[in-house]
Structures are given as C-alpha cells and as structure tokens.
Design a protein around this ligand. Sequence first.
Ligand code: ARG
Length: 465
Amino acid sequence: MTDKANSDKPWSGRFTESTDAFVEAFTASVGFDWRLYPYDIEGSRAHARMLANTGVISESECEAILDGLEQISQLAAKGEFDWSVALEDVHMNIESRLTSLIGEAGKKLHTGRSRNDQVATDLRLYLRDQIDAARAQLRRLQQGLLLLAEREAATIMPGFTHLQVAMPVTFGHHMLAWFENLQRDSERLRDCRRRVNIMPLGAAALAGTSFPIDRHDTARQLGFTAPAENSLDAVSDRDFVIEFCSCAAPIQVHLSRFSEELVLWASAQFGFIDLPDRFCTGSSIMPQKKNPDVPELVRGKSGRVIGHLVGLLTLMKGQPLAYNKDNQEDKEPLFDTVDTLLGCLRAFADMIPALEVRADRMLEAATSGYSTATDLADYLVRKGMAFRDAHEVVGSAVRIAIDSQRDLAQLELDELRSLSPLIDADVFGVLTVEGSVNARNHFGGTAPERVREAIVRARERLDAD
Ligand code: ARG
C-alpha cells in the first residue's frame, strides 16, 4: 500500500493509487463552483457555531474556525485564493486551506456534515440571493414601463393581430401589457423562493448524523425558514434549481417577444421608436446602419435559458435516491441561467425608459390600416343591425376604400349610406382613431383615462410587494 497516494485529498485514506490525471480534471468542479465560496463560507460559519453551541466542538475551536474562514473569505474576495483542481471542488479547497491556516481545529469543521448536504445548502443560499437580484431588476424594468406608459398614455398606435393592423390602441396600454407579463414573472419567482429557502444542512451524506446537531439553530443563523424534513430528499433533489429555471424561461420568453417588437419598431419600415445610440452598434461595412443589438441579443439569449431548463430536467430524470455525482452538472446551466437572466433584465431596465417614441409614425400607421372597421360595425349594431350583418356591410366599405386607395374616414357619406341607410353624418365621430380608443373605456381597456387608472393600480401593486 502506498500511503502517499492522493495524500493531498481529504478522502485519500482508502485509496492505494493516485487518481488518473485526466480523471482528476474530468471529475473536478472547482473551475466553476468556486463561485459558491461566499455561500460555502457562510454555511460553514453557521455549522461551526452550531457545533460549538451543542458542545460537539469547543468554543476555542469554533473561534479558530471562524477566524480561518474570515481569512479565506478575504483572500477569495481579492482574487488571491489559489483554487486547486487536485482538491476537486470549492468545499475541499476551503476546508483544506482552513486546516493549513489553523491546524487541528480545521479538521473538525466537517464533523456531522457531508459535501452532499453542504453543496445543496450552498446552492440554495446562492439561489436565494439571485432570486432577490432578479426580482429587483424586474421591478426596475416594471417601473420604467410605468414611466413610459404614463408619458405615452394617450399616444395612438396600431394594435396588431397576426402582425396585421387590427384596432388602434394606446402606446401606454401596450406597455402595461408587458408590465402584467413581468408582474406574473416576479410573483412566480417570489413563490419559488419559498421552496428554495429550506435548509438541507444536517442531512449529511444522506441519512443524517450520529452527532447531537441542532438543525433549527443552523437554519435560523442562515435565514432559512426551516430545515428540510427528510435527509434523503434534502441531499438528492435539485427540483429547486429546475423550478428557478422554469421561472427564468418564461421571463426570457417575455423579453424575447418584447425584443422582437422593438426590433420591428426600430426598423425604417415601422419607424415607431428610436433606440438611443448607446444601446445600438453600427456595421463595419454599411455606414448607414444602426443595429438594435441589445434586443436582438436578448431574443437570442432566451434560447440558452430554455435549453438549460430542458437539460436540467433531463439531468434529474434517471437518478435514484439519494445523492449522485450527476448533480454536479447542475451548476453550469444554473450559473449561466442566472447570468443571462440578470444581464437581460438589466439591459431592458436601462433601455426601456430611454425609448424615444415617434407618435406621428404610429398615428399614421393606425390611421391607414382600416383599424376603425370594428368601430363602424359597432356603430351599426347600436343603430339596430345584427353584428354579423354589420360585419358584412363594413367589409364592403373596406373593399371600396381599398379599391379607391382611401381610408374609411375618407369615404363620402353617400357612399356609406349606399351600403346601409342606418349610417348618418355622426359616423365620422367613430371612424377616427381617437374616437376608437376613447370608446374602449372599461376596466382593462385602452382608453387613455383607463390607462392612467391602471398605472395608479400598478404602482400600488408594486409597492404592496
Ligand atoms: N462537487 C460536488 C457537487 O457539485 C459536491 C458534492 C460531492 N459529493 C460527493 N459525494 N462526491 O455535487
């Protein structure tokens, strides 16, 4: 037996030969999980205090551990901690450094715990922070949308279905639609946080520990709502990671759809908005170009977030209880989901209040697409005609307008009356886009007055959260 085999590794005892160099690199996770170090240290601090509180280690051992962890924390924060692949992961790197810093007491930190409950705890602490950061960015974006909606509450644009001009709406109303999407996204994250905030620590490898630990003490110190009920479940499931990603995916889908609109609207053909130069880039060959890179990238990045969700579901599906090394593969998709989400939200929160709206172009588009045809039908219904018949009459009016290259409001009264004698001169009041949006004056409608009321309610909802 070569007692020097793997002597640098905390688990070297039962091994007789060193790890294959390729296998060492293949199995290591420190290249990415080093990012968990602040949470790993936080968890270790709480664990050490609990061990001292329950008499498993002495007060002076606990002091030494806390002191060593503080030194490691400072080194790592300065980027001066030398992460070693031979030590596999963030947990063993920190523990090994602790022992070289403080000696014997460092070796006692791992009493009553395992890397299995440690990593699950680290991830939950990390994710809790990231959820809070994502919700803060969402909130900034929502506030920006409300500012824009307020500024453009009465600005008329064409509303689309099938990307064809459908009915006039107000730009403020359109922005509030995105506000509602994001509000649900934020609520989903809040709900997810409740399930993330449960503590695995104390589950140890899978079955718990024979030491008289106090899991409620550790949970309280770490701000968890409660310790996990079942030790096997605590170390093995990553459904909280999956759940977070299933909250992130719809956010990205919303941002991607919104991006698609911004890209269209910023085109010369639409010309509805100007994106400030600082959110765009130029072309290396075409001097006239100003490209909407930020929304394009957000739209593109949504793909990887959706992909990570599917990847994580697939990662879990074959795993028997309890912990399996497969779970090490949860980190890169999770970290990338978090980075992508926070980046996209930040870009949007910065960009939205800076949008320049071209009301003249939107009005022109709303006026030229027969967008008040439904208003004409409603007018006929109010005069006693059945809606299906009115639909038919208005279809003929649109046909005449198309053939003579005019808008509905430009048709002569006689032409309209030839289609139905119910039509009088007052019809021109409903054929304007202003008349159309003002008429949609009910809760949830597009009338400027209703938009302003909705903004007040939206602010109250943000404040209540
Ligand atoms: N790096 C590991 C992971 O991310 C930590 C837990 C390792 N546990 C073990 N029994 N090998 O999952």
